[in-house]
Design a protein around this ligand. Structure first.
Ligand code: ADP
Ligand code: MG
Ligand code: ZN
Length: 187
């Protein structure tokens, strides 16, 4: 389990990235970290891309139904405009943001904020997803989670699309995707 760094100079912010396949627990982990920050009486700002409207627009909800309120924003730059009051910034579904997200999270961390980013590292084809590879590079802390493979029960790193659509972005849940390990993904 990730423990908040305590030996970092207070002046300095940092970037944490939580990645993995669908159902790997990214949102749950993001919510866990953010709730702890709230318990510590820190000001927490939480953002997600506007296009991800699977659940309530102003909440982030995990597949386990843990939830926390969030602002849906049209683009990465909006986060910067809304972030002033917060010492801790949470961002979910970061793979859907434009490349500006890189500059935005750097800037927030340089302002002294703790930035926690969750997102899919790979798309349904097993290819790096949007800005995630670069976010992983600039992160100070990286956590890669695994789901349970729905074919064999092994550790799943891939989001296998059950439907036939070949667009990179198809918003959906268990109706469109299942978590799979490497061998079941390629089978
Ligand atoms: P993510 O944000 O990575 O898609 P969530 O945090 O929303 O994942 O959901 C994680 C939860 O999903 C787990 O705690 C579990 O209850 C549920 N779940 C459903 N299918 C799976 C699976 N194949 N492997 C692991 N967890 C699953
Ligand atoms: Mg999620
Ligand atoms: Zn498998």
């Amino acid at each position: 389990m990730f423990t908040e760094p305590s030996n970092i100079a207070q002046k300095s912010g940092w970037i944490e990235v939580v990645c993995g396949s669908m159902f790997s627990g990214k949102t749950e982990e993001l919510i866990r970290r953010l709730k702890r920050a709230k318990i510590a009486h820190q000001q927490v700002g939480i953002f997600k891309p506007l296009l991800d409207n699977r659940y309530h627009q102003n909440n982030i909800v995990s597949h386990n139904e843990t939830t926390i309120s969030a602002s849906a924003v049209a683009n990465a730059k909006s986060i910067l405009e809304l972030a002033d009051a917060f010492g801790v910034i949470g961002i979910d579904e970061a793979q859907f943001f434009d490349e500006d997200i890189l500059h935005v999270v750097e800037k927030l961390a340089n302002m002294g904020k703790r930035v926690i980013v969750a997102g899919l590292d790979m798309d349904y084809a097993g290819k790096p997803f949007g800005p995630m590879p670069k976010l992983l590079s600039i992160a100070n802390f990286v956590t890669k989670l695994h789901a349970v493979c729905m074919q064999c029960g092994g550790a799943a790193s891939y989001s296998f699309r059950i439907s036939n659509n070949t667009d990179q972005v198809v918003i959906g849940e268990k109706d469109h995707y299942e978590a799979r390990c490497r061998s079941c993904f390629h089978a």
